[in-house]
Design a protein around this ligand. Structure first.
Ligand code: TNX
Length: 531
């Protein structure tokens, strides 16, 4: 009798022990089974990494050390053997491509994925467990996790035109996305306010178009005042960032803004714009910021740009924008009008569609697919393999999915983190005041009349950080990004039925904000330190 009471007591205490160890993982995994016990890191600690992950070894080693304070002995191999931690790719695993299994037991830590990206996702979960508030340094609790994403595409866009973020800042940004199992970095490289990617065949794009201020071409300043301001990424920089991201399981999609938002282009090569005298303003108040669709030579320039860009980015998509084009430029332009008459068009959306169809032919030639903002659907048919970034609202994404296009849901009303987070904070206001709770409330596939087949066209979610307001203080970029991107990561990864704000908020405030701080992110706190 006494013995059974004792056993019961031990059993109960082990239960409460298990319950006490909150792992606070973000995004929430599909399944987590904890059991009593700890794996204590031995000294020296040995890690084996699958050859398929060999490019990621430095990253795994460095981030593990940073997180745990331990310098492990790392080797390449295929077996857990006598090692303490193994990171192995196993093609036969019955899991979606980016899924992983993570098991911590008396024999060590086993991270398995069907692909290298899967293993890297498991690695991020392990790092989070090591840094959960309730987990003691130097050990990790026994657990079995099986996990995979809800959506294939979990992206984030950073506007590096309105403000220029240097290469190191971009790499940091990529690190923080990787920590949240995001897998696409959408790099907004060109806009009215600066062209940021070196194009060797068109040197003035960066010699002139990457700079604003005294003595430079007149580009809108956005906070840089009367100082010379600017910068760009050389092709070597781009390759370095792309490789850095790939090691962390992230694909980089370049965005080249055409035909609107192109003041930096026309400031460098004025002949690209329409030959008109009218000063027609874009939504943002810029003039001369539209490519002339009737100028045949422009398609050769676009060929050069797309050829060079395609060679730098291995990702399958190039984003060619198409948003907010002031088509009135074409209505006043003799060449555009001549083209319109020749093609028998009756409105300027058809001209826009003509432009995109020609650009898509070029993109095809370089074996890429196009992504575009939802306006690209106007004016006629486009290539059926076009991906649509639906930014103007959920209904635009639904329309795109219904038409059969693969679609990324990124409605400004929920996923634009340039929006202010409260009435008193800095940021845009046009779409919504978006605090973390509102950001978290976004559901990419709401109860709509999308059929199951149409729902499959919604391949993912994305956030966007436009940078008009990111000029001061220096780290407002981080303040705007986190923890809203932490919320986005859960929308993109975790099961719809697991979504719960109170639960997320608990994990965030109990452990995750501390993790963000450890990564060096100047995030927005609760309650906020107003900016
Ligand atoms: C709309 S979203 C834009 C950007 C602005 C942003 C500000 C989109 C495709 N175009 O040019 O920066 O709003 O929120």
């Amino acid at each position: 009798m006494r013995k059974s009471i004792l056993l019961l007591a031990i059993f109960l205490s082990s239960l409460s022990f298990v319950q006490a160890q909150k792992l606070d993982i973000i995004p929430k995994p599909v399944s987590v089974q904890q059991s009593a016990g700890q794996f204590v890191f031995p000294s020296p600690l040995k890690i084996v990494v699958d050859k398929k992950l060999k490019n990621s070894i430095d990253y795994i080693t460095a981030d593990f050390s940073k997180n745990t304070g331990i310098n492990p002995i790392v080797s390449i191999g295929k077996k857990h053997g006598k090692n303490n931690i193994s990171f192995l790719v196993d093609k036969k695993l019955d899991l979606p491509n980016e899924g992983y299994q993570l098991e911590i037991n008396q024999n060590g830590i086993f991270v398995k994925g069907k692909t290298d990206k899967g293993v890297l996702n498991g690695f991020q979960t392990l790092l989070q467990i090591c840094s959960a508030k309730e987990v003691k340094k130097g050990s990790v609790p026994f657990v079995k996790i099986e996990d995979y994403p809800r959506f294939d595409w979990r992206g984030m866009m950073l506007d590096c035109s309105r403000q220029f973020f240097d290469k190191q800042t971009v790499k940091n940004y990529i690190d923080w996305l990787a920590a949240h199992k995001m897998n696409v970095f959408h790099w907004h490289l060109t806009d009215d306010n600066g062209w940021r990617i070196e194009i060797k065949s068109l040197p003035d794009l960066t010699l002139k178009g990457a700079w604003r201020g005294p003595g430079e071409v007149l580009l809108p300043s956005y906070g840089s005042g009367d100082k010379r301001y600017g910068g760009f990424y050389t092709q070597e920089d781009i390759k370095e960032v792309v490789a850095y991201a790939a090691d962390r399981g992230i694909s980089v999609m370049p965005e080249i803004e055409i035909p609107g938002h192109s003041r930096a282009v026309t400031a460098s090569y004025p002949e690209v714009g329409c030959a008109i005298t009218q000063e027609l303003k874009s939504v943002q108040g810029e003039v001369k910021n539209v490519w002339c669709v009737g100028r045949e030579e422009n398609y050769d320039l676009l060929d050069s740009i797309i050829r060079e860009v395609s060679g730098l980015f291995p990702f399958e998509y190039i984003h060619i924008a198409g948003d907010e084009v002031n088509r009135a430029n074409w209505e006043h332009c003799p060449k555009c009008q001549a083209l319109m008459a020749k093609e028998g068009f009756t409105d300027s959306f058809q001209l826009q569609n003509y432009f995109f169809r020609r650009v898509q032919t070029i993109v095809d030639k370089y074996h890429k697919k196009t992504d575009g903002w939802n306006e690209i659907l106007k004016g006629g048919e486009i290539n059926p393999n076009t991906l649509i970034s639906a930014w103007q609202g959920i209904s635009y994404g639904i329309e795109s999915a219904k038409k059969g296009y693969k679609t990324i849901m990124m409605p400004g009303q929920f996923t634009y983190y340039d929006m202010a987070q409260s009435e008193t904070e800095r940021g845009h206001r046009w779409a919504a005041i978006t605090d973390t709770k509102r950001a978290y409330s976004f559901e990419p596939i709401p109860d709509t009349d999308l059929t199951p087949e149409e729902q499959k066209n919604v391949i993912g979610v994305q956030g966007a950080l436009w940078s008009e307001y990111l000029d001061r203080p220096a780290r407002i970029m981080e303040y705007q990004s986190y923890p809203r991107i932490s919320a986005l990561s859960e929308i993109g990864w975790s099961k719809k039925e697991d979504k719960n704000w109170d639960d997320f908020y608990g994990r965030l405030t109990n452990s995750h904000l501390k993790r963000l701080a450890d990564m060096g992110i100047a995030f927005r706190d609760f309650p906020p330190t107003a900016i």
